[in-house]
Design a protein around this ligand. Sequence first.
Ligand SMILES: NC(=O)c1ccc[n+]([C@@H]2O[C@H](COP(=O)([O-])OP(=O)(O)OC[C@H]3O[C@@H](n4cnc5c(N)ncnc54)[C@H](OP(=O)(O)O)[C@@H]3O)[C@@H](O)[C@H]2O)c1
Length: 381
Amino acid sequence: MSDTSPLRGLQLRSLIRAEGELELSLVEVETPEPGPDEVVLRIEASPINPSDIGLLFGAADMDSATAVQIEGQPGLRMTVPERGLRAMAARIGMAIPCGNEGAGTVVRAGSSPAAQALLGRRVAGIGGGGMYAQYRCLRLDQCLPLHDGATAEEGASCFVNPLTALGMVETMKLEGHRALVHTAAASNLGQMLNRICLKDGIELVNIVRKPEQADLLRAQGAKHVCCTASPSFLAELTDALAATGATIAFDAIGGGKLAGQILGCMEAAISRTATEFSRYGSNVMKQVYIYGGLDLSPTEITRSFGMCWGVGGWLLFPFLNRVGPAVTAALKQRVADELLTTFGSHYARRIPLAGMVDPAEVAVYALRATGTKFLVEPASP
Ligand SMILES: NC(=O)c1ccc[n+]([C@@H]2O[C@H](COP(=O)([O-])OP(=O)(O)OC[C@H]3O[C@@H](n4cnc5c(N)ncnc54)[C@H](OP(=O)(O)O)[C@@H]3O)[C@@H](O)[C@H]2O)c1
């Protein structure tokens, strides 16, 4: 007979108090029993992505991290400066379960045949929070069964970065562009996008901020890499845009002048082949989507590129809603099929759940630096 006693496990939560304090705590919670089309995952691996870091720490002062004990479990406290507290108003007083995705083994399954078929299987899951936990109840449509023999580590980053990188290519096609620009391009996601574009024959202009990041991407086959640290960055970017015809960019940085500079260089590249002058600029649509907030300062746009342009936000889930379930399923299938090649993720360090509240670990993983992605292993002691 199957075990029906409640499953209890630790879950990581982030709370900001009105007094200006952020607390990360490990709370023991009872896992809900799965409904007919749900399963309970024992989470074995979950990545720490930049979007998780944003939710975990909000506007807290990272230098103030202090280890504490909360209800017998290790925890962390930080101060949140007055200015940051105002920006965090919507989440004050809420203990938010964190962690967007991960992989593990199905230990309980609902009554439907589809749920029962997953019992004992290793699956990847997207939780929309609550994946930094020992157990998590998920709907079937939040799960991706992994191929036999796949490890939890291999499946941990199946959703967020792979589907976002694929979503950029789909958006490019949907909106009538033929080549892409990507910023912070040496990121885990950027390296994935580079592999997709090489495989699919799509021209990609990679923008990075350090020469070693340019070397890394070139060693992985990237043809066009421009470094913002170069004194001739704008000229090099314009050349790459003229060579590729890229008129859509995905910008992970958000703050500062880069988004506007990309639009300006796109217009300059287009005007190289213009046959007549128009005071309104070219009639070629130029688009920058800001899809990350690596720099939270204001986006500064100096308009020097006519009137045919757009700057907007881009988020994975609205994109998946836009393309619908059939395209989403096809994209997920491609991720599962190319999990160890195109969509492989690499981790600098593996830590248990308690490591997430260790100030020494936080000091490294919260940096979001190239090649320092951490993997949380909640099933490990
Ligand atoms: N909108 C969506 O739906 C969605 C979905 C998935 C991911 N994302 C975004 O995708 C981005 C990449 O994620 P990831 O997991 O691949 O990141 P990652 O592997 O942790 O890499 C982060 C990269 O950003 C660079 N970086 C950090 N701060 C920067 C700054 N201020 N200016 C320029 N570069 C900076 C780092 O370079 P250094 O080594 O030089 O610091 C590093 O190369 C993140 O912004 C994430 O939020 C968005």
